[in-house]
Write a protein that binds this ligand. Structure first.
Ligand code: ZN
Length: 137
């Protein structure tokens, strides 16, 4: 398993991690199989969605803010329940097919880390399951 470290620059943001995940697969000589991507945090998420137009992720973050306002009369003493709720809505991971060493994504798709309570340093676990090339560990 590979662990990616991602520094998020602001309180709420979307970070395109597609190339980092692809690099982790290359290091493991991944060829054909599945790539499991998981974020081990309770106030961040990993999603697959449009990366061609950066405004889409801005719209997503703004829509989540409208759905789950930061101040909402929550009970959690850490006062970041909105971030926890957004993380549940967006999900903690993704599974992608790897074909001939490449992530199989739609034309407009990218992999994003969504930060809901930054800035922080986040981890993303990347596990490849499948056939490796001749130089693979
Ligand atoms: Zn909390």
């Amino acid at each position: 398993m590979e662990t990616l470290q991602i520094k998020t620059p602001s309180h709420c943001c979307a970070i395109d991690v597609t190339d980092r995940v692809g690099g982790a697969l290359k290091e493991k000589s991944a060829q054909n199989g599945l790539c499991l991507i998981y974020v081990p945090h309770t106030t961040a998420a990993v999603i697959v969605n449009e990366g061609a137009d950066r405004d889409v992720m801005e719209d997503v973050l703004e829509a989540l803010d409208r759905l789950v306002p930061w101040k909402g009369g929550y009970k959690h003493v850490e006062a970041n329940s909105a971030a926890h709720i957004k993380a549940i809505l967006a999900g903690a991971g993704a599974q992608l097919v790897v074909d001939s060493g490449h992530l199989v994504l739609g034309t407009w798709q990218r992999i994003f880390l969504l930060e809901f309570d930054g800035p922080r340093t986040r981890k993303i676990f990347v596990q490849f399951v499948g056939d490796r090339g001749p130089s693979g560990p």
